[in-house]
Ligand binder design. Structure first.
Ligand code: FPP
Ligand code: MG
Length: 298
């Protein structure tokens, strides 16, 4: 059986062990994503039963965090399917998230202590990252450090913990893989933030330049804000439905100030740092994953 299918089977077994019909029904309604964290774990640790259990634990934590995030964001779709809060209500999404989350921790408690510590600690960071994310969309944030810290916690921390834990399972250098996972997560989030500006709505599957309207001051906006002589015009457009003229102005300014090009360079620098660190690890597939991400069309 293909390894990712085995991860899904393992998740189902864990939920079956909870002895609750309703939980199994809800599990069936969850759309599966790219399973990036599992791919990473399996590429580092190999397709062993232990690695598959770790994948299932991480995917259940990730799914739980998205169930809660969709309540917080009042989102009615997830991965192209109706979200659980939209299909039922917020209560169901929160409670099912709690079940997945606590069952994952039950299984985590049976694993290697260092792995359990890494993953549990990442979930604290994830939760803090989410709280900061919400707070940062309140008023215009012009602090680059706050943005970086938030995307590290919210997005990169669990990917970092997944890679480090897989390295522990495989008896490989934990720190090298932790850095790879962290940088993959950071670059992934930055690129997502860049594509929100450079891609059209048809490609994105949602309105283009939505982040700024939703109150998110992402890396290209942060660099632009630093470089604009008159910052007021940009600040005035914050959280507004943009006219074509206004979004054209933002994009033009991002080009003439190199805010966009430098955002791309920063994501690429993180990727290249990780590639260099893994140089002697003989894991060409991890190098390819990173290259595919940073050497794309923007
Ligand atoms: C998606 O962000 C959200 C996350 C990656 C993390 C959310 C974390 C929590 C809700 C903490 C609670 C954790 C557990 C395990 C119960 P986004 O809204 O920017 O991305 P989206 O577009 O995919 O929704
Ligand atoms: Mg969300």
């Amino acid at each position: 059986m293909e390894a990712l299918v085995q991860v899904k089977e393992q998740i189902k077994i864990f939920v079956q062990e909870c002895n609750d019909e309703r939980s199994l029904e809800l599990l069936d309604l969850l759309a599966t994503g790219k399973m990036l964290r599992s791919k990473l774990i399996l590429k580092i640790a190999g397709e062993t039963p232990e690695a598959l259990r770790l994948c299932a634990v991480v995917e259940m934590i990730h799914a739980a965090s998205l169930l809660h995030d969709d309540v917080i964001d009042e989102a009615d779709t997830r991965r192209g399917k109706p979200s659980i809060n939209a299909l039922f209500d917020n209560k169901t999404a929160i409670m099912f998230g709690d079940i997945l989350y606590s069952k994952a921790f039950t299984e985590l408690s049976q694993m290697d202590r260092k792995i359990a510590y890494n993953v549990a600690n990442a979930v604290t960071l994830l939760s803090i990252g989410e709280m900061h994310d919400v707070a940062l969309t309140d008023t215009f944030n012009s602090d680059y450090k706050k943005y970086l810290d938030m995307i590290y916690k919210k997005t990169a921390s669990l990917i970092e913990a997944s890679a480090a834990s897989a390295a522990i399972l495989a008896g490989r250098d934990e720190e090298k893989y932790a850095l790879y996972g962290k940088n993959l997560g950071l670059a992934f989030q930055m690129i997502d933030d860049i594509l929100d500006i450079t891609q059209d709505s048809a490609t994105l599957g949602k309105p283009a330049m939505l982040d700024f309207v939703e109150g998110k001051v992402t890396i290209p906006y942060l660099l632009l804000h630093q470089r604009l002589g008159d910052k007021q015009k940009l600040e005035n457009l914050y959280k507004k439905e943009l006219t074509q003229e206004e979004s054209d102005w933002i994009k033009h300014q991002m080009e003439v100030t190199d805010a966009l090009a430098d955002s791309i360079s920063q994501a690429q620098a993180l990727g290249n740092e990780a590639i260099n660190v893994l140089h002697d690890e003989n894991n060409p597939e991890l190098i390819m994953i990173m290259k595919a991400m940073i050497e794309r069309e923007f």
